[in-house]
Design a protein around this ligand. Sequence first.
Ligand code: FCB
Length: 443
Amino acid sequence: MRRRGFVFGAGTSSYQIEGAAHEDGRLPSIWDTFCAVPGKVARAENGDVACDHYHRWSDDLDLLQALGVDAYRFSIAWPRVMDEAGRPNPRGIDFYKRLLDGLAERGLRAFVTLYHWDLPQHLEDKGGWLNRETAWRFADYADLMSRELAGRVEAWATHNEPWCAAYLGYGNGHHAPGYDQLRWGTQAMHHLLLGHGLALPALRANDPAAQAGIVANVGPAYPDSDTPADHAAVDLYDAYQNRWVLDPLLKGQYPEALWRYWKGCEPLVLPGDMEAIARPIDYLGLNFYSRAVVRASGDDSFEWVHRPDVERTTMDWEVYPQGLQDILEAFQRRYPNLPPIYITENGMSSADELRDGQVDDVQRQSYIKRHFAACSRAMVNGVDVRGYFIWSLMDNFEWAFGYERRFGIVHVDFETQKRTPKRSALAYAAFLHQRALAEAVPL
Ligand code: FCB
């Protein structure tokens, strides 16, 4: 297989694309349960069928190959591969073996996430990420998968976006399992991070050739005005959004600013936890979408400022490519032990329509180009970025927003399951093809 320096890819996650929710011994996950609660997901949609990728995976891999990407980032559904007693489910595991073999046959490298939010419901019934035990169950799961799939994975990620899993899932209730107390958010975060730390030794022992890391969602903040109060608000936002996850991983401690902000909602941290969480990682995956503009609010806190007249996506997220360069360079300054970075997600949702067999998603094409340019500027300035993955390979189940928010570079007709590469996919393919040509025929 040809090994290139910089990795270009596209990503998905299990619950968002697989469907086949009741097949081959898959157990319910917290997202199956959450979707069934009225009012939690737009139009009461769910991942029962999604992109039917469980059955169409081979065609989907052909699509990836046709795009010319180097790598595919996907996640494993924990409830597919282990039963309630923690025993392996061979039928579920075989699906991922077929997928990994299919990638290898097509010359594509695999970036595999273990936890992209689909916790088995039976573990949630015992407290989910509020229960310390779940961290050890996660390590068992990582141990099983890295034994079963050793040698086929280029990079393992323990978690995707612990901030979302903890805060949206347990702290404000927008995501499964739907709890909404800050106290629970901080505790869930601690156990997620602990699970990450406990899983690392197993990943390393079972699959020593693979990289082991974690993926965090990050976003820079900018002050609404130049006042000291707004600058302080930026600092607090940064602690809450970025350092809450990155400081424990890279410094072995939660930020001081958060201990003050939590005011009685602190997590219970036991001796040894922070050492486990801060075990060295081979790479850090960063998911970048937007920035925040914040200002001071009355109670020593911050509030978001919704600026009018700026470019936005259908998520209402501001398009701010410069933020990617800024945040990469800020992390480089802040963490002397910053590992190599992969941009594991970047992309946007738009109101894409299929007309005459085409989807003219010009804004996405430009979004990707501008963000990759920002990433390149950070690389020129010394940040060690090793790869860039578009979110997402195809339109899929966008969590609480259901199927309406389309993030794919490939359009999916959810009635017929027909896939149509959008203009952004064609542009990505053209770019990757040019790169391949330039490498094959050095000038
Ligand atoms: C990230 C998630 C991913 C997708 C994108 C839009 O937070 O990791 O699953 O929902 O946002």
